[in-house]
Design a protein around this ligand. Structure first.
Ligand code: ATP
Ligand code: MG
Length: 137
């Protein structure tokens, strides 16, 4: 059993889609073992997406991630990291497969509804950025 870190991004909370997205997550066999709604600070968003700091869209990305509340989550399941990436769909919703969260809900490559960790090392770091161990049950 593996854990991954998930964010329901501001476009999801703005459109009141957190329950709809969570239904897809749970239907995919992933268990939400921690969850909270927060307003990310600019510093938190910059730290979280530090790997993209040199990309041309970095400023826009930080702006978007702090534009409204997000729901941060820890998901647990068999091969949770790849399982969640599969159900999220491609970064650009135009390329996302049928039935994926981004195909169902995302509006653009920037406002693409969800984040999911891409590797065990990043999952551990991302979970630790937002959750204490005793918040994950
Ligand atoms: P995430 O890390 O959010 O789960 P991802 O792993 O599918 O998404 P990354 O390449 O890590 O994609 O990009 C991180 C985020 O940066 C994307 O989810 C998207 O919100 C934003 N992003 C990526 N490419 C672009 C782009 N060309 N223009 C605007 N925003 C982008
Ligand atoms: Mg990524």
């Amino acid at each position: 059993v593996q854990r991954t870190f998930s964010i329901l991004k501001p476009d999801a909370t703005r459109r009141n889609l957190t329950g709809a997205v969570n239904a897809v997550i749970e239907k995919a066999g992933l268990r939400i073992v921690a969850q909270k709604r927060i307003q990310m600070t600019k510093a938190q968003a910059e730290t979280f997406y530090a790997v993209h700091a040199a990309r041309p869209f970095f400023g826009e990305l930080v702006e978007f991630m702090t534009s409204g509340p997000v729901v941060v989550q820890v998901l647990e399941g068999e091969s949770a990291i790849s399982a969640y990436r599969d159900v999220m769909g491609a970064t650009n919703p135009a390329n996302a497969a049928e039935g994926t969260i981004r195909k169902l809900f995302a509006e653009s490559v920037g406002e693409n509804t969800v984040h999911g960790s891409d590797a065990p090392e990043t999952a551990a770091l991302e979970i630790a950025q937002f959750f204490a161990g005793n918040e994950i049950v």
